[in-house]
Design a protein around this ligand. Structure first.
Ligand SMILES: NC(=O)CC[C@H](N)C(=O)O
Length: 203
């Protein structure tokens, strides 16, 4: 809850500290999803506010407030942005603006359920996102059954500049699966330098 509004959020941590809380901006409200019943979308583009942590969390992290809103993480080496599930599927996906702003690593935590041929759609969406704007996309998806008859079918992925370089299992009984890839951020920079010049005039 932030200002008494309930958001669906990703929380980014490092070494017991919360780096930022990113509320979902584009909701899933179709098919089996009824997100708007519970959550409000964050509509303040590129705006960040101060979030006062609940006292029990303050005791764990030692922080009183953390950034909350539409923001990214800038480090000495790179810039990391987040998408949440359905945001990848939206024509106005946050990765578009983030890519144009120089975010090099996009991350997505999803709860995307299984339907025939949908895994292929996800691959195409992520390949297309990173083909157009360059970048590395780290996609994580829930895997397993969620109470009822819905199956979430994993397929975690690592994609760089339109190429899938690692792919997790779609069906498995393992509780945890980690997929990895060693990539060079310079490949993103040179790809963008050569192919993604959004400000170049078309002659
Ligand atoms: N939970 C979500 O946001 C999922 C939405 C998306 N359309 C999907 O099925 O993957």
């Amino acid at each position: 809850m932030h200002h008494n509004v309930r958001y669906n959020c990703r929380v980014l941590f490092l070494n017991r500290k919360i780096l930022l809380i990113r509320p979902k901006m584009l909701m899933a409200n179709h098919g089996i999803y009824r997100e708007m019943r519970w959550f409000s979308p964050w509509s303040r583009l590129r705006q960040v506010e101060e979030y006062f942590l609940p006292r029990m969390i303050q005791e764990v992290t030692g922080q009183d407030t953390v950034p909350f809103g539409d923001c990214v993480l800038s480090t000495k080496d790179t810039c990391i942005g987040t998408e949440i599930c359905a945001e990848l599927w939206n024509p106005n996906s946050p990765h578009i603006q983030m890519g144009l702003d120089g975010v090099e690593i996009f991350t997505n935590s999803s709860a995307s359920h299984h339907e025939l041929r949908k895994a292929d759609q996800r691959v195409n969406l992520i390949k297309s996102a990173t083909t157009k704007s360059g970048g590395i996309y780290l996609y994580a998806n829930q895997r397993g059954c969620d109470g009822d008859r819905v199956y979430y079918d994993g397929c975690a992925m690592v994609v760089i500049n339109g190429d899938v370089v690692a792919h997790g299992a779609q069906f498995s009984l393992d509780d945890v699966e980690v997929i990895t890839a060693t990539l060079d951020l310079e490949d993103v920079r040179s790809y963008r330098g050569e192919l993604c010049q959004p400000h170049m005039e078309v002659i």
